[in-house]
Design a protein around this ligand. Structure first.
Ligand code: ATP
Ligand code: MG
Length: 562
C-alpha cells in the first residue's frame, strides 16, 4: 500500500477540503483572508494563520486578503495597523491590492442592521450590560427574554437611528438580534449587534457613534469580499451557527464557509494579545519588539530569519485538535536556518586576558579564518594574532576535573586558525581571582596543526586584544520559567533571569564596523545579531539562540516527532 497523500508536509484537512471543492467545480478561485484586529502586534500564532491563509492562495488558484477587523476603536491604533502590515511582509507574504478594513463596510453593515429590524429580526434593548449578561442564562439554563424584545419595528428603527445620530450616552442601549433566548448555543441568545461608543476611530474618525460587534461584522465582511474559505481558530466554532444565521437572513453577495483549526500554543510562551499588551504596559519587557517577546517584531529584532518561522509553521502542520508545541521545535528551526545562512565570526563573551610570553612584543601577523565551513563561496577573512589575546573565562580552569580538556596549567590547546598554546602561569588579583594567563605558543603549529602530528583535545576561540572591540552582549532566556505559564497570573511565572547583559564582551573589529543586521555565528557561542541599541564605539549584540541543540538529538532518537 502507498502512503496516504495527506501525510505529506504541507497537506492538511483544510487544503483537502479546498482541493475537494475545486475538484467538484464549486469555485473557480479560492479566496482566503487574514483578519487581524489592530489592537496589538502580531505574534508567532498569527504567523501560523498568515502562512495558512496566504499559503493556500499561493498553492491554489486564488488570492488572500489582508483585512483589518477594526470594529473596536477603543483598543485599536494606527501603530498596530502599520506594524501588522510590516510583519506580514517580513514573513514573506503579499496581499497585493487586497487590503481591506471592516470599517469600509460600516455603511452597508448599518443598512443590513436596519433591514434586520424591518424583518422583525433585531431590536433595541435598553437593559444595562450587566442585565443583559445575567439574563443570558448558562449552559444548563435558558436565558430570559428582554422586556424590550417586542418593541415595534417603528420604535426600533427610530431608536436605532437616534443611537447612530449620537443622541444617547455610551452603554445606554444596544441593538440585538432576535433569535432565541433558549437556544442551546449561547451565541444564538439574542447577541449584540451594535453598541453605542462615542470614540474616535483611526479610519472613520468621529462619523460613527455606534459600532458593530465583531460577531456581526466578521461574517458579513467575508461575504462582501467574496471569501470562499473563512479560516479561523477553534474558539469560533460555536459562533459559526450565528454567522450562518446572518448569511441566511441578509442579502449578502456571497456565502463564505468557515473552517476552524487549532491555534498554536507553545511551551514557555503566552500568545494572547491581552497578556502581551500587559507585558509591555507594565514594563516587564522593553516594548513590543523586545527580543524576548513572541511577537514577530521581537523575533525580527532578535535575528530570527522569517524562513525559520515559515519552516516552523510548516512542520507543526494544521490540525483540528488543540495541542502545545515544544518551543524546542521553534529553536530547532531557527538553528537550522542560521547554521545554513550565517557567517562565522569570533566573539568572546567573558574575556580572560592571555599573554603569549614567547611571542615578540610589538609583532602581529594576519591569519586566515573561514567564513562558513559548508560554503566555500562565503570566503575567508583575516584575523590578527599578537602577543596579547582574549579567551573565554570558561575555557580555563586552574584545577581542572578529569575530563576538562580545555586550557589549564601545563595543558596544550589549539587556538582556532592560529597556533597551539600551552599555559605556563596564572596571575590573580587580591581576591584570588584569575585575571590573566601566561602562555607560550609553538611557532611550528601555524594554522593549527603540528608538523610532528601531536594532537590536542580542544580548539578554542579567541580574539586579539588590540584588534578586537568591546561590545555589550545580551543573552535571552525564556521569558517565563513555567513551561505552561498561567495567563491569568502571568507575572508570577515570569523568569527573573530572562535577560543577561554581558557588558565586557569583545568581538572581531570587522563585526563591530559593519552595520549589517544579518545574524552571524560567534563560533562555539551561538548566533548573534546587531541590536538597534548600538551606539558608536559600543555595539550591542543580541544572542538569537545558542548552539546547544538538545531538541535535534531528541528528534534523532525519535523521542519527539517533527
Ligand atoms: P487574542 O490573542 O486576544 O486571542 P487574536 O490573536 O485572536 O487575539 P486577532 O487579531 O483576532 O487576534 O487574530 C487574527 C487571526 O489570527 C485570527 O484569525 C486568529 O484566529 C488567528 N490567530 C490568533 N492567534 C492565533 C494562534 N495562537 N494560532 C493560530 N492562529 C491564531
Ligand atoms: Mg481573536
Amino acid at each position: 500500500m502507498t502512503e496516504p497523500v495527506a501525510a505529506e508536509v504541507g497537506r492538511d484537512f483544510i487544503r483537502d477540503i479546498i482541493q475537494a471543492d475545486l475538484d467538484q467545480g464549486k469555485y473557480r478561485e479560492i479566496v482566503t483572508r487574514f483578519p487581524p484586529e489592530p489592537n496589538g502586534y502580531l505574534h508567532i500564532g498569527h504567523a501560523k494563520a498568515i502562512a495558512l491563509n496566504f499559503g493556500i492562495a499561493q498553492e491554489f488558484p486564488g488570492r488572500c486578503h489582508l483585512r483589518f477587523d477594526d470594529t473596536n476603536p477603543v483598543k485599536e491604533e494606527q501603530e498596530y495597523i502599520d506594524s501588522i502590515q510590516a510583519d506580514v511582509r517580513w514573513l514573506g507574504f503579499d496581499w497585493g491590492k487586497n487590503l481591506f478594513f471592516a470599517s469600509d463596510y460600516f455603511d452597508r453593515l448599518y443598512e443590513w442592521a436596519e433591514q434586520l429590524i424591518r424583518d422583525g429580526l433585531a431590536y433595541v434593548d435598553d437593559q444595562t450590560q450587566e442585565e443583559i449578561r445575567t439574563s443570558r442564562g448558562t449552559l444548563t439554563e435558558p436565558g430570559k427574554n428582554s422586556p424590550f424584545r417586542d418593541r415595534s419595528v417603528e420604535e426600533n428603527l427610530d431608536l436605532f437611528r437616534r443611537m447612530k445620530a449620537g443622541e444617547f450616552p455610551n452603554g445606554a442601549r444596544v441593538l440585538r438580534a432576535k433569535i432565541d433566548m433558549a437556544a442551546g448555543n449561547i451565541n444564538l441568545r439574542d447577541p449584540v449587534l451594535y453598541r453605542i461608543l462615542h470614540a474616535h476611530h483611526p479610519r472613520t474618525g468621529t462619523k460613527w457613534h455606534i459600532y458593530p460587534s465583531y460577531d456581526y461584522a466578521h461574517g458579513q465582511s467575508d461575504a462582501i469580499e467574496g471569501i470562499t474559505h473563512s479560516i479561523c481558530t477553534l474558539e469560533f466554532e460555536d459562533h459559526r451557527p450565528l454567522y450562518d444565521w446572518f448569511i441566511e437572513k441578509l442579502p449578502v453577495p456571497s456565502q463564505p464557509h468557515q473552517y476552524e483549526f487549532a491555534r498554536l500554543n507553545l511551551t514557555y510562551t503566552l500568545l494572547s494579545k491581552r497578556v502581551l499588551t500587559q507585558l509591555v504596559r507594565d514594563g516587564h519587557v522593553a516594548g513590543w519588539d523586545d527580543p524576548r517577546m513572541p511577537t514577530m517584531a521581537g523575533m525580527r529584532r532578535r535575528g530570527v530569519p522569517p524562513a525559520a518561522l515559515r519552516e516552523f509553521v510548516k512542520r507543526i502542520g494544521v490540525a483540528k485538535a488543540n495541542s502545545v508545541v515544544d518551543v524546542g521545535m521553534l529553536e530547532f528551526c531557527i538553528r537550522e536556518e542560521l547554521n545554513r545562512t550565517s557567517q562565522r565570526r569570533m566573539g568572546v563573551l567573558r574575556p580572560l586576558k592571555v599573554v603569549i610570553e614567547n611571542y615578540p612584543e610589538g609583532q602581529t601577523e594576519e591569519l586566515e579564518a573561514i567564513n562558513h565551513p559548508d560554503d566555500p563561496n562565503a570566503g575567508t577573512r583575516k584575523i590578527t594574532f599578537g602577543r596579547e589575546l582574549y579567551i573565554e573565562q570558561d575555557d580555563f580552569m586552574e584545577n581542572p576535573p578529569k575530563k576538562f580538556f580545555r586550557l589549564s596549567p601545563g595543558n596544550e590547546v589549539r587556538l582556532r586558525y592560529a597556533y597551539f598554546v600551552k599555559c605556563t602561569g596564572v596571575i590573580k588579583n587580591d581576591k584570588g581571582e584569575v585575571v590573566e594567563l601566561r602562555c607560550t605558543y609553538d611557532p611550528a603549529t601555524k594554522g593549527g596543526n603540528a608538523p610532528d602530528g601531536r594532537k590536542v583535545k580542544a580548539t578554542m576561540h579567541w580574539l586579539p586584544a588590540a584588534a578586537s572591540v568591546p561590545a555589550e552582549i545580551r543573552i535571552y532566556n525564556q521569558l517565563f520559567s513555567n513551561p505552561s505559564p498561567d495567563a491569568s497570573n502571568f507575572a508570577a511565572d515570569l523568569n527573573p533571569n530572562s535577560l543577561e547583559i554581558l557588558s565586557d564582551a569583545r568581538i572581531e573589529a570587522s563585526v563591530a564596523e559593519s552595520n549589517s543586521t544579518e545574524p552571524m555565528q560567534f563560533e562555539r557561542q551561538g548566533y548573534f545579531v546587531r541590536d538597534k541599541d548600538s551606539i558608536p564605539g559600543k555595539p550591542v549584540f543580541s544572542r538569537t539562540i545558542g548552539l546547544r541543540d538538545t531538541f535535534a538529538k531528541e528528534v534523532a532518537k525519535g523521542v519527539m516527532h517533527t
